[in-house]
Design a protein around this ligand. Structure first.
Ligand code: TRP
Length: 336
């Protein structure tokens, strides 16, 4: 049975605990389960589909590679690499764009959302790359002939398109060459913004919205202290922000502590949230201190990072170049 896992993450700046609990922690779990052959990718070429600054892209790409290692991805167990260092991604993307229909791409919700976001901005420019974004994503996944893709619900439509492309390829050029990749769904906590618990935790809501994975203790404590707990709920209900803080406690493995607060809050009388915030801050500080220490250790050895970056890409290319060889033959391109 196909036990190949692939996932990717965009280098858009520092990782926060929402990214960690929503994606990376899950990747680490999959890796350590020993049940899968897992490949994880920093998708720097996807980050070029929106207006960007080149030095920032390079800094974020290398930074995220280090962050992923500090957060627990292990190059000895998984393949961890940077997308653009494996040129086969771009090559397969072109081949796939010739079997992906224009109509299917126009129906992608993420394209509509992102092109609308750009409207009215000074740097507004809707590129063909943004339109082709899901084709590149299908190439990412199918280059490794992955059957499982751990991603959130927001990526379901992209996965559907990857299946459509795999299917069309198989029907047109050769039976069953590509598997149809499915979302590898797992329970991941949905963390809300600390400063606006009606919305998902996101960097776009400002630094007070999130706790970064490598943030220092003072900042972590002050952000948690100023987190919003209630948003006008009736007195009988626990505030949305407080529920989010309870969720954070559970995410860090302190479900017992969270349960104790819940019991205390169940009465609907005056609720004291300061002790909850202290408990959450302690949990966050413990988590981030570990990450910070590991990051400092890894980031100190520049040569080792370079080596891991190129070794990761080489390892990915072993698989990717075989797929491209097969695909070129199937679609009628000359042998290289
Ligand atoms: N589109 C994904 C996101 O925004 C990132 C991504 C790119 C990805 N290529 C991928 C995810 C391949 C899974 C598999 O989160």
């Amino acid at each position: 049975m196909n036990k190949i896992v692939f996932s990717g993450i965009q280098p858009t700046g520092e990782l926060h605990i929402g990214n960690y609990f929503g994606a990376v922690a899950n990747w680490v779990r999959i890796q350590n389960s020993g049940e899968y052959d897992a490949t994880y990718c920093v998708v720097d070429m996807h980050a070029m589909t929106m207006p960007y600054d080149p030095p920032t892209l390079r800094k974020n790409t290398e930074g995220l590679f280090i962050d992923l290692l500090a957060a627990g991805l292990d190059p000895a167990k998984s393949t961890v690499f940077i997308q653009s260092l494996v040129p086969e991604h771009a090559e397969l993307q072109w081949i796939f764009s010739c079997i992906c229909s224009f109509g299917d791409l126009t129906r992608q919700v993420t394209f509509k959302e992102k092109s609308e976001q750009l409207e009215g901005r000074q740097d507004a420019f809707v590129s063909a790359g943004l339109f082709n974004y899901p084709v590149l994503q299908a190439a990412d996944i199918l280059l490794y002939r992955a059957g499982f893709v751990p991603v959130g619900k927001d990526q379901e439509q992209h996965l559907e398109l990857s299946r459509t492309i795999a299917n069309r390829f198989n029907r047109t050029f050769g039976h069953e060459y590509f598997p149809e990749p499915a979302v590898l769904a797992t329970e991941t906590p949905k963390l809300l913004s600390l400063n606006d618990p009606t919305r998902k935790m996101s960097k776009s809501l400002g630094p007070k919205s999130y706790v970064a994975l490598f943030e220092d203790e003072k900042n972590v404590r002050s952000k948690i202290r100023s987190a919003i707990t209630d948003t006008g709920e009736p007195a009988s209900e626990i505030g949305a922000g407080a529920l989010n803080l309870l969720g954070l406690l559970r995410a860090t493995g302190r479900a017992d502590v969270a349960a104790a607060f819940e019991t205390e809050y169940a009465t609907g009388e005056q609720r004291r949230y300061a002790p909850l915030k202290d408990a959450v801050a302690d949990a966050m500080v413990d988590l981030t201190a570990g990450f910070r220490a590991r990051r400092a250790e890894i980031a100190g050895d520049k040569d080792a990072i370079r080596r891991l970056m190129y070794e990761g890409a080489e390892k990915a290319r072993v698989v990717a170049s075989q797929t491209i060889k097969d695909v070129r033959r199937l679609v009628g391109l000359p042998r290289r």
